[in-house]
Ligand binder design. Structure first.
Ligand code: F6R
Length: 608
């Protein structure tokens, strides 16, 4: 969703740095952009609907906006259509303040009405303009006091960057339930929605908590609480390689990230298996805690939810504890029956997804213990959880997740085996075998990726389809959900995933001559059952692309067969998903779609 970059330095011009930083945040999704720069106490700005290229052309690559401090923003429209006027930064009536904002101000109507009564005129339809005018309304000469008043009045989520013409050598920022990090450089400092925007300039970062106010100058960063007490914050070093956030010769981030999966899975597993044992240093659940669990909930959105669907099968099979996997936006408003004997597992790549974060709070308020599986270190969901297991996927830039999904799945396996061993629902022999197989997974994923040519060929045959169905049973059904989402989100082809046995209860009426059905039949003891379901659709004219393990044949059953290496059933989803990711990718490439930035989508969904 929206992206923020703020810069202050001594010699370098801010605008080109802001534009470059915003470019790195493009993947979050946006429909307009803007920057404001302060020079000799005067704020100048430029905004443009559309891609950053338009803003760059409008400002001559930023050269037309002079000044060493500024703020920039990419906007993903919520309140008001994408337009120049609705783009950020928003200026207060006198032009003294310029504001960029991520998030949503929930009480903006009430504040707007009040400000209108006080004589303020609004020119945009946004909630953010309220903040710019509020700054002016409360300002009595001290920017910090004003910030404290403003955040006391607004309700909702925000990451704010604010320039004030009375403070030409600093700018101020704050966050609540919306991502923001601080970058500390030499004679220059930054704020940004995430580290990819500033990685080129510095690796020293500081994570800001809710309602901490940051004052940045070229040579200093100070962070205060709302009582104006200065806070000591830890500075962390980001060890991501800059190239991790660059395309590095690949045509799209998505294919690069698909290829990175063996490495990411290995990085997630390796440090956690020591001397033949799973070591989860960050998990404080004891044997008794696990034994006493009444129920486990897995709560997440989108692909992360699909990991949860796999997780339900795996945890129940291994630990014999009942698991319910719930979409976060449903969980939070369902008055869930969750209490202190329950474990709630929240899965999120970004760690900022608004619905997942709110679901987490609901669970905590009801006394449940929360364990999160998160990729972005120091993110809101990680901070709010009792225990966190980080996925070591590195930065994921393509909107459609691939390596984050795979590493989340890996953590799910680690956690399930870990818990099962603790409560002795698996034998020591099974435990040993699971670990051996798990450690082989990165190589098997690499082997599965070798089959790219066949998938590219199949994609070139089917990219003109209007509708594609994915079917499977149990774990294959769980992966079907992800395969279908991958395809539709980037290729814009209608697609549905169905439990194979459920098709005949209605959906089969959509099958006609030539409809493509991707049938997943990897789970050993369900193979024959799925074959029966394949027959039901071929009889009605469907063309079937079957996906099974290398030791099985689908000749005479499916029109085309994709084979994956064999492994323990529970780890198969990690392999099954690979051809489906590639299929979605190549279909979208054949159609000429904007693969890394699909229409209407955002990487980090910070609104509910
Ligand atoms: C799909 C995709 C989304 C995310 C979902 C949750 O490819 O990426 O469905 O999985 O928006 O995001 P996180 O994991 O950041 O909470």
């Amino acid at each position: 969703m929206c992206g923020i970059v703020g810069y202050i330095g001594k010699k370098k011009q801010a605008a080109p740095i802001l534009l470059e930083g915003l470019e790195k945040l493009e993947y979050r999704g946006y429909d307009s952009a803007g920057i404001a720069v302060i020079n000799n106490g005067e704020i100048n700005f430029a905004k443009a609907k559309g891609r950053l290229r338009v803003l760059s052309e409008k400002t001559n690559g930023g050269k037309d906006l002079i000044g060493c401090a500024g703020i920039g923003h990419t906007r993903w429209a919520t309140h008001g259509e994408p337009s120049d006027i609705n783009s950020h930064p928003h200026l207060s009536q006198s032009g003294r303040f310029a504001v960029v904002h991520n998030g949503i101000i929930e009480n903006y109507m009430e504040l707007k009405e009040k400000l209108i009564r006080k004589g303020f005129e609004f020119i945009s339809e946004t909630d953010t303009e309220v903040i710019a005018h509020l700054f002016e309304y409360y300002y009595k000469g001290d920017i910090m006091d004003t910030m404290i008043k403003v955040i006391d009045r607004v309700e909702g989520s925000y990451a704010l960057g604010v320039l004030c013409s009375d403070y030409p050598d600093s700018f101020i920022a704050v966050r609540k339930a919306s991502p923001m990090i601080i970058g500390i450089g030499n004679d220059e400092n930054f704020v940004a929605s995430d580290v990819t925007a500033i990685l080129k300039h510095t690796r020293q970062v500081c994570y800001v908590e809710d309602n901490e106010i940051v004052v940045l100058t070229a040579d200093d960063v100070k962070i205060y609480n709302t009582d104006k007490e200065e806070l000591e914050k830890e500075i962390k070093t980001i060890d991501w390689d800059v190239s991790a956030a660059e395309k590095g010769g690949y045509e799209h981030f998505m294919i690069k990230e698909i290829e990175e999966q063996p490495k990411a899975i290995r990085a997630t597993i390796s440090p956690r298996i020591k001397d033949g044992k799973i070591v989860l240093d960050d998990v404080s659940l004891t044997k008794d805690d696990i034994k006493n669990l009444r129920k486990i909930f897995i709560v997440a959105c989108g692909s992360a939810y699909h990991v949860g669907v796999v997780g339900k099968y795996v945890i129940e099979k291994m630990c014999r504890i009942p698991v319910e996997c719930v979409i976060a936006s449903e969980f939070r408003y369902s008055d869930p029956i969750v209490s202190k004997n329950d474990l709630v597992i929240v899965i999120s790549q970004s760690g900022e997804t608004a619905d997942s974060l709110e679901a987490l709070k609901v669970a905590k308020n009801r006394g449940a213990r929360v364990l999160s599986i998160v990729n972005v270190v120091g993110s809101a969901i990680a901070n709010a959880s009792d225990d966190v297991i980080y996925t070591w996927a590195g930065p994921e830039i393509a909107v459609a997740t691939t390596k984050a999904y795979s590493t989340q799945l890996t953590v799910m396996y680690l956690l399930s085996i870990y818990m099962a061993e603790k409560i002795s629902t698996i034998t020591s022999g099974q435990y040993k075998k699971y670990l051996e197989d798990l450690e082989k997974l990165p190589d098997l994923v690499a082997k599965t990726l070798e089959n790219k040519e066949q998938i590219a060929y199949l994609a070139s045959k089917f990219y003109n389809c209007h509708s594609i169905f994915f079917i499977g049973r149990n774990l294959d059904y769980a992966v079907s959900l992800e395969g279908s989402l991958k395809l539709k989100e980037i290729s814009y082809i209608h697609s549905e995933a169905y439990a194979a046995g459920e098709l005949k209860h209605g959906t089969i009426s959509l099958i006609e001559d030539g409809t493509l059905v991707v049938a997943l039949a990897t789970v050993d003891d369900l193979f024959e059952k799925t074959v029966s379901n394949i027959k039901e659709v071929t009889t009605r004219g469907a063309v079937v692309m079957g996906l099974t393990t290398e030791d099985r044949s689908m000749t005479g059953i499916a029109d085309y067969t994709i084979q994956i290496p064999n492994t323990n059933d529970i780890f198969l989803p990690s392999l099954t998903v690979i051809p489906l990711q590639l299929f979605g990718y190549y279909v979208a490439a054949n159609k000429g779609c904007d693969i890394d930035k699909p229409r209407n989508l955002a990487k980090s969904v910070t609104v509910e």
